[in-house]
Design a protein around this ligand. Structure first.
Ligand SMILES: *[C@@H]1O[C@H](CO)[C@@H](O)[C@H](O)[C@H]1NC(C)=O
Ligand SMILES: *[C@@H]1O[C@H](CO)[C@@H](O)[C@H](O)[C@H]1NC(C)=O
Length: 231
């Protein structure tokens, strides 16, 4: 109280309107110095969302401006990340020896903690657009079993190669590429339909597919064997 009155008195004519407690001023200055001091932790590098190939390596980077007293850790889908041989923290970065399309789906976030001040800073989330291609077999889709295949009836085969982005598929019979002219090819469903299958259509059917992740052929083939009617 004494201080306030003294300040007021010293200010003279202007007084009354300006009642500033010097202790209050000191407190504000101290607070500003402290708060700018703690705000010094800033990311100079944050993990970025990126394309990746299943089975290949990748790296998510993280860095703060002043690494003094900083401890880094990573979160995956909000959970602390457990280091493994395949995926582990290397310095401040997160290293993937081989990206896995299932295990590495979702969000990765870098956490920088100042152990002296106790301040914790979270980076933005980053995720992978994982490209992959996986082989599969050729199966009979219609009719439901081989026993039900009839002469002059439709037959539909399905190619079980899958991937991201969606692979484009090609069909082969006895090693010869099939075209849309002779067969009904549905790229979205990855099916091949023979509208009216006869013994002329007999042979070994397989498919191959490609996308940004590579090129593979089916890992099991389908043999069409229609018994002709003996007139
Ligand atoms: C990052 O994603 C996780 C879940 O995957 C979420 O809990 C967290 O709030 C997100 N962080 C930011 C900064 O958006
Ligand atoms: C499928 O057929 C192709 C072409 O004849 C052949 O190269 C491949 O080895 C066959 N695959 C299987 C799994 O039988």
């Amino acid at each position: 109280m004494d201080l306030t009155t003294e300040t007021e008195n010293r200010r003279g004519e202007g007084g009354g309107r300006l009642r500033i407690d010097p202790l209050y001023v000191v407190a504000i200055i101290c607070f500003q110095v402290l708060s700018t001091g703690t705000a010094a932790i800033q990311f100079t590098r944050e993990p970025k969302s990126q394309d990746a190939l299943h089975g290949r390596s990748a790296m998510l980077r993280c860095e703060v401006s002043d690494p003094t007293d900083i401890t880094y850790s990573w979160l995956h889908n909000g959970q602390p990340l457990e280091n493994s041989e395949r995926r582990h923290q290397e310095g401040s970065n997160l290293k993937f020896i081989t990206v896995d399309r299932r295990q590495d789906a979702g969000n990765f976030e870098c956490v920088a903690q100042n152990t002296a001040m106790g301040e914790v800073l979270h980076s933005t989330n980053a995720s992978f657009n994982i490209k992959w291609l996986e082989s599969g077999g050729v199966t009979l889709k219609e009719p439901i079993s081989e026993r039900e295949i009839e002469n002059s009836a439709p037959v539909t085969l399905r190619c079980h190669i899958d991937g991201h982005p969606r692979p484009t598929c090609q069909w082969f019979k006895d090693g010869v590429k099939l075209t849309e002219k002779s067969h009904q090819i549905n790229n979205k469903e990855r099916t091949l339909t023979i509208k009216s299958a006869t013994p002329d259509d007999n042979g070994l059917f397989y498919c191959c597919a490609k996308n940004a992740a590579g090129h593979v052929c089916s890992n099991s083939n389908f043999t069409l064997n229609i018994i002709g009617m003996s007139n």
